[in-house]
Design a protein around this ligand. Sequence first.
Ligand code: NDP
Length: 336
Amino acid sequence: MVDSTRWALIGATTIAREWMINAIRETGGEIVSVMSSDAARGKAFADEFGIPRSTTDLDEALRDIDAVYISTTNERHFAECMAAARARKHVLCEKPLATSYEDAAAMVSACRDAGVVMATNHHLRNAATHRAMQEAVAQGRIGTPLAARVVHAGTLPIQMLGWRLHTKGAGAGALLDLLVHDTDLLRFILGQEPLKVVTVAQNGGLAIEGIEDAAMSLIQFSGNIIAQVHDSFTTRAQRTSCEVHGTTGSLVAINNMAQGPAGTVTLRDAEGERELPLVQEDYYVRGCRAFHAAIRGEGRPAVTGEDGLKSLATALAARKAAQTGQFEPVRQSSEG
Ligand code: NDP
C-alpha cells in the first residue's frame, strides 16, 4: 500500500479554495500545510479547510511534504518552484508558469534535474469535450485538420476582479491569463505546435490603461493549420466554443471553456450532424489523479512543465505581436 502524497499549498487562493483542495483530497492527497504572505489569512484558510499547518515561510511550508501546489500570483511562481525543486518536492504549478520565458525554462530544468514530477495546471485537456475532440481528430474523423477557432470570452466573477486587471508585474491581462489555456488546448487537440502569432489587443475599460482585457489572435500551427482565438474578460453574453474544421468534417464544442464540467461536441460531416457521447468529470480531479499516478511512476501528468513552457511562449509572442503589429515567432524549447 502506497502512503498518500503529502502536500503543501503555496498560496491561499481562490483556485485552491474553489477547485484544488477538493481535487487533491479526492485523489488521495493529504494537505498538510498552506503558505500565505499574510499570517492571519493563512491561519483562517487553514482552519476553514482543516489544514494542520499554516505559515508565511516557504521553507517551513516545504518541510515534511512530498508535493507542492503553487497558485500564487504569476510573478511568485518562479522563486517558489525553484525552492521546491531544490528541496526535491514534486511541483504542480499554476499557469502561466512564470512571467518570462527564461524563468519558466529554468523551472522546468530545475525540476528535471531534481528528478521530481512537474505539471502545469491547464485544466482544459481534462475535459470530456476536448478529449473527445482530440480522439476524433486522431482517428481522422474530420479528415486533415485545416483550421481551428476558440472563443474564450466572458466576464470575470467578482473574486477575480483584482490583480488580473491592474498588476502588470503579476502577469495581468487576457493573454497571459487565457491565451495560455487556448494554446495548450489546441496543441492537445491538433497534436501540432504553434509557430507564429499575430494579435490585436483591446482595453475595453475593465482593466487599467496599458493592460488588455481582450484580444484576438491568429496562430499559425505546424501541419499547415490556422487558428483564430478570441480571449476576453469583457463580453457578458457570449458563449464559449472551440471548433476544428478538417477536409471532410468539423467538430464544434459549445459552452466548453469553463472550469466546471460542461459543454457538448457536435461532429458534422457528409453523414450529417450528431453529438459525440461524453462522460463528464471534474477537470481538476482528473488532473490530480494523473499527477499522483506520475509521482508513483505510472505515466505522465496530463500537462507537463514543458507543455506549460510552450503555452507561455505563445502568450508572450502574442503580447509582443500586439505591440509590433506583426507576426511574432513562438519561441521553441530547443532554442534554450
Ligand atoms: P487569488 O487572487 O485568489 O490569489 C492570488 C494571491 O493573492 C494569493 O497568492 C494571495 O497571497 C493573495 N490573496 C488572495 N486572497 C487575498 C485577499 N483576500 N487579500 C489580499 N491578498 C489576497 O488568485 P487566483 O486563485 O485567481 O489565481 C491564482 C493562480 O491560479 C494564478 O496563477 C492564476 O493564473 C491561476 N489560475 C488558474 C486557473 C486554472 O483553471 N488553471 C483558474 C484560476 C486561476 P498569499 O498566497 O500570499 O496569501
